[in-house]
Ligand binder design. Sequence first.
Ligand code: ZN
Length: 401
Amino acid sequence: MSVPPGETSASGPLAHPPAPGVAGALERHSGLERWPELHPTTQAAFNQVLWRGGLPRIEIARKLGVTRARLTAVTRSLEEAGLIVEGQREQRSTTGRPAEMLYAATTAYQFLGLHLHGNEVIAALINLDGSVAWKSNASLTTECPEELLECAGGMLREASIGFRVAAVAICGPLARVGLDPGSARIRAIDDALRERFESQWSIPLWVDDDVVALTAFEQWPRLAEGQDSMVLISVGEEIGFGIVTDRRIMRGARRAAGRFDHIPVIADGPECPLGHRGCLWSVSSTIALTRAVPGGGSTAEIADRADAGDELCAFILERAAAGLGTAAGHLVNLLDPDKLVLTGESHTVLRGRMDTFRAALRATHLGADDIEVDMPDFDFVEWASAAAALALYRCLSPIPF
Ligand SMILES: [Zn+2]
């Protein structure tokens, strides 16, 4: 499954078109190497160049509010670290003069993400722009957390042959102690195991909830636009919520914020395993959907049957869309986010039913303004890319979480 070194495949929301003359401009280092400790202004300058896919020097100075002299020192240290390269002068319509462009060396470092679902591990190695450089997968045979860490080490060894890996993150259903057997396994990675891994490999390892990783994946590039807040809803066997307020990913005192999947949404709905009637899980989770249709098959099959005119399938999906809209409306009332991001299997559940979702959202939302709703494309590698993006965010972000 791996992509040869130097090539990239799918790109995430972080990706920009390749900058002219940057690919291969620097000698590739490979192995394992921590992200360099940069002065906060230097890191901020790099992030601006990275987010924008290249910037003229003058605009970097303006964005950071620093003098030209200070900027020269900042860009020199970034150039010495191999993190930026000068491009050709570009005519920028705003200034009327050719501008000296700086580009991020997006392949200078990579970040490895592993996503755990049941016994399956999917791994993705991403470049600084979020493009996938390498991917792999494995099946675990025991419940031991040590096996998962050994698997991570093996993938790290393999990935580090062609790349310079700066950090690793393992993500899965950490905060949700429900249905996924991966939950217990990932929760069993304690600080002692994590520290042992870090001292063996000399780069940081983070273990976190996969919805938090997905939130980091969506929020990181949006920091460029000054996005302060967001609510992410991930539809699957469980329904996860990622919350960003004041530019921080909200974790909660016990790292369990965002458990919103059992809020009542339908007055006379079915019963969930926790005994609620008409909670969001009971009408909109993929398990609830497949249970509601005898011989229904997967969510995708139920959606296909609804499209082909099956009335029960259509009713079940309409109810799921309305449930998601109601829950989203409550969250908008509570948090007033810049936008909502619908992900996981939202695509399948809401295909052709966005009007139902929006009507339920409007009926619950107590404000008059329409709220922006994003529904990015999503597949299973994306969970692993999100884990890798969490590692990147942890290394590069000025705002810890
Ligand atoms: Zn419930």
